[in-house]
Design a protein around this ligand. Structure first.
Ligand code: MTE
Length: 328
């Protein structure tokens, strides 16, 4: 989503290494068995080792989620594509930069500071976060504002579990997410494409929606650095840039917080940024999308984009009565 290029100016990644869905699901059963036998939380070791190679990350199993809408039946995007085609501008602006350069990110030790309008502010270390609620697997569509999409099996739990733990006060209306901005670990900070740190925000009721996910893993393993290790947000009915990576601070506020992309280009990226095929980006349509990894690359047939990315039944009521072309 580079401002000066825009659109879906995209190079098709190699799709040679697609995990067949059957293989993945039998692996998932194996992981569920591991969880039941108490081998969970192996994640900590991988964070300590900082390993970022596919298939070498520690297992982080999740139980099948019971949250309505949390388990898409669509074909999964391959692990290869999910971890090699990324937006993480702290490591550069090309899609291959994060996978090539995010080795320098140290995903542990790590803390997330929770502050602002809550009764129980505090600093959570990764261990405390990993134990805060049972890990679930959530298969979500991710729709990037640039016009491409993926289907990703995340591991995490509803952000609401953490929110309830810190007890927001009556005056809290918004939640701000602040992500790591360390020039020693993140070479992309040298570029002034965004005003670092990368920040994002949600209305409190959006943050409390059970689909809003605090994610620690994908494909049954801890998050690779390039996908936002060790902890990120995933809000599946909003454009992907709302899903902030490598979070270090969560702040509860009365006023709508500033967000990095909205500050950079307010006419292009609104605070809400709900996926909406009827509201075009000023420079391109949002009516359709390309599913990464599908046969045909750039020339693959595009699929229609769904209202709220297909989660309208679950989240539509959050926006009842709002003019979505005004609150884009
Ligand atoms: N978080 C941070 N800190 N920095 C970023 O550049 N990019 C966003 C979002 N979160 C970004 C970020 C965008 S534009 C998208 S589409 C998703 O992360 C991509 O997530 P993925 O690479 O895991 O698919």
């Amino acid at each position: 989503m580079l401002i000066r290029t825009g659109g879906d100016g995209f190079q098709h990644p190699l799709s040679s290494d697609i995990t067949p869905r059957e293989a993945y699901f039998s692996r998932r059963l194996w992981l569920t068995a591991l969880a039941a036998s108490g081998v969970a939380w192996a994640g900590r070791e991988a964070f300590a080792q900082g390993s970022a190679r596919p298939n070498r990350l520690a297992a982080l199993p999740g139980q099948r989620s019971a949250v309505d809408g949390a388990t898409s039946a669509e074909k999964l995007t391959s692990y290869q594509d999910v971890t090699q085609y990324n937006n993480f501008y702290e490591f550069g602006t090309s899609k291959s930069d994060p996978a090539a350069r995010a080795d320098s990110l140290k995903p542990g030790p790590w803390t997330v500071q929770v502050e602002g309008l809550v009764n129980k502010p505090g600093t959570f270390d990764l261990d405390a976060l990993l134990k805060l609620a049972p890990m679930e697997e959530r298969i979500y569509r991710l729709r990037c504002v640039e016009g491409w999409s993926m289907v990703i099996p995340w591991v995490g739990y509803s952000l609401s579990a953490l929110i309830k733990r810190v007890e927001p006060q009556g005056s809290a209306k918004y939640v701000e997410f602040v992500t790591l901005a360390d020039p020693k670990q993140m070479p992309g900070l040298r570029s002034r494409v965004l005003d670092w740190p990368y920040t994002e925000g949600l209305r409190l009721d959006e943050a409390l929606h059970p689909l809003s996910l605090l994610a620690f893993g994908l494909y049954g393993e801890v998050l690779p650095n390039q996908n936002g290790a060790p902890v990120r947000l995933v809000v599946p009915w909003k454009y992907g840039f709302k899903s902030a990576k490598s979070i270090v601070k969560i702040r509860f506020t009365e006023r709508q917080p500033k967000t990095a992309w909205n500050e950079a280009a307010p006419q292009e990226y609104g605070f809400y940024s709900n996926v909406n095929p009827q509201v075009a980006h000023p420079r391109w349509s949002q009516a359709s999308e390309r599913r990464i990894g599908e046969e045909g690359g750039l020339f693959a047939k595009r699929r229609p984009t769904l209202m709220f990315n297909g989660y309208e039944k679950q989240v539509g009521q959050l926006y009842a009565g709002m003019d979505l072309s005004k609150f884009y």
